[in-house]
Design a binder for this molecule. Structure first.
Ligand code: COA
Length: 170
């Protein structure tokens, strides 16, 4: 793991850094995320963090080094009573900090949060071309659950996604 890496819940004061990180990752030409170069503004991000901190069914984590915030993970439980045990993940790490264990550390925080909040299944969607992310998820213990054709609209096109899941042992 990266030296001096700390994973913690996001605070409203992190909004600028999170928003900048997300905009940078969303702008990468490989197209890892659903958004193409855009993200919430800092003030929208701040509002969203404030709401999340009061919400028992969702959390936002950041990975931080002495140089600032280098990763972000969101986890949100399903609101349908019959699938409230399932929580959805969103993950990103700053380009210069990849392959140093940041993604894995954030996933560990999500598992810990899920266990404490009673969720027993984590799920996520990943684009089929994102082989690095798929390797991370599989090495962590995620399983492929399905292939969803034309599942998301991204810019002007529909794109496929792989659905993956991780089961939390009690
Ligand atoms: C996918 C992503 C989150 C991985 O984060 P990371 O901090 O680099 O991951 P880690 O360093 O914890 O990787 C742990 C292991 O996963 C695998 N892995 C991660 N990225 C990989 C890559 N690009 N190629 C091959 N294996 C990879 C490796 O086994 C790695 O261990 P190793 O470095 O000792 O070989 C990061 O690349 C990223 O933010 N990408 C852009 C946004 C994105 O794709 N988000 C996910 C959308 S579903």
């Amino acid at each position: 793991m990266s030296e001096g890496l700390r994973v913690r819940r996001a605070a409203p004061s992190d909004a600028d850094a999170i928003s900048q990180l997300a905009r940078e990752v969303a702008s990468e030409p490989e197209g890892w995320l659903l958004t193409l170069g855009t993200w919430r503004s800092s003030s929208e991000e701040r509002r969203s963090i404030r709401l999340l901190r009061r919400h028992p069914d969702a959390a936002l984590f950041v990975a931080e080094t002495s140089e600032g915030i280098v990763g972000r993970l969101s986890v949100t439980r399903d609101h349908y009573p019959s699938s409230q045990h399932v929580a959805d993940l969103g993950l990103m790490v700053a380009r210069d900090y990849r392959r140093r264990g940041v993604g894995r550390a954030l996933l560990e925080a999500a598992v810990e949060w899920a266990r404490a909040s009673g969720a027993s299944k984590l799920e996520l969607h990943v684009f089929p071309h994102n082989q690095g992310a798929i390797k991370l998820y599989e090495s962590f213990g995620f399983e492929r659950e399905g292939y969803r054709k034309r599942h998301y609209r991204r810019g002007q096109e529909y794109v496929d996604a792989i659905l993956m899941a991780y089961f939390i042992e009690s």
